[in-house]
Ligand binder design. Sequence first.
Ligand code: PCA
Length: 325
Amino acid sequence: MKKLTGLLAASVLVTAGMTSALAEKWDMPMAYSATNFHSATGAEFAKCITLGTGGEIEVVTHPSGSLFKGADIKRAIQTGQAPIGERLLSGHQNENAIFGVDSIPFLATSFEDAAKLWKAAKPTMSKILDKQNLVLLYSVPWPPQGLYFKKEVNSVADMKGIKFRSYNNATARLAELTGMLPVTIEAAEISQAFATGVAESMVSSGSTGYDRKVWESLTHFYEVDAWLPRNYVMINKKVWSGVSDAHKNVVKGCASLAEYAGNWRAVEYTKFTLNGLAANGMKVGPANEKLTGELKEIGNTMTSEWLKAAGADGKAIIDAFQAMK
Ligand code: PCA
């Protein structure tokens, strides 16, 4: 009996030893604050994988750009410095115009249309990412984008000369076309940028304004619903090919759950955060007719610029999207 117990204990030890020898840790850099719904979704995705693989893959999220700054996350994963991570898709528009399909002003302005546009774009996007040594795991939209200012704005003329915080090529272009002065700043750093006057306005969601407490510096949010940009989670292709089929299934399952939960949160968070901005003293409401009309004109210009830059692949995505409407 004693011998048997001893044997059992030894085999448990061996098994435990084997498990820890096999266990992998995946650091997962993310660009946005831990309180943001994308980061909350990512944290649950990470837990889901750790749980589903019985601890053999432990995923640890690093929000707020704490491991890699937002702009460096994709490169870090491509080169294997980090195995997995999350980034704003349109942040790569300077590499390939296709990445900016979700930031074309007034093309897809609701959650429903953003989902259709994503469906139309996803196969091309996955292919581009694959060529860049990346596997697309899931993607979640931000709420509709509106304009933040520290004064009332009734027309494009009112925007002239304002220092504008941009987060991708499209937002910088929008600034140029409205006579504003673009300065690129990561979401994690905007509170400070607004407090010090480096920037005085931006286009973003109610969600980011709320997370970053922009009412401390800004006064107006115009619900322009210009577009809904997306975040996506990617994994290094080599890391992915080293994952067993069983664990791949766990990761894919967790990714579908995360995509579903993230979408749901994005919708819920929209109203909650707009109410939050108002409750903290900001004026929240639609832009007037004049401003809306002028912005739509700029949207037309940006749409033709994008189509030109994105070529046949870009046109095919837009055609597929229009066919779903
Ligand atoms: N928040 C992110 C991207 C879009 C959004 O709503 C940001 O402002 O950086």
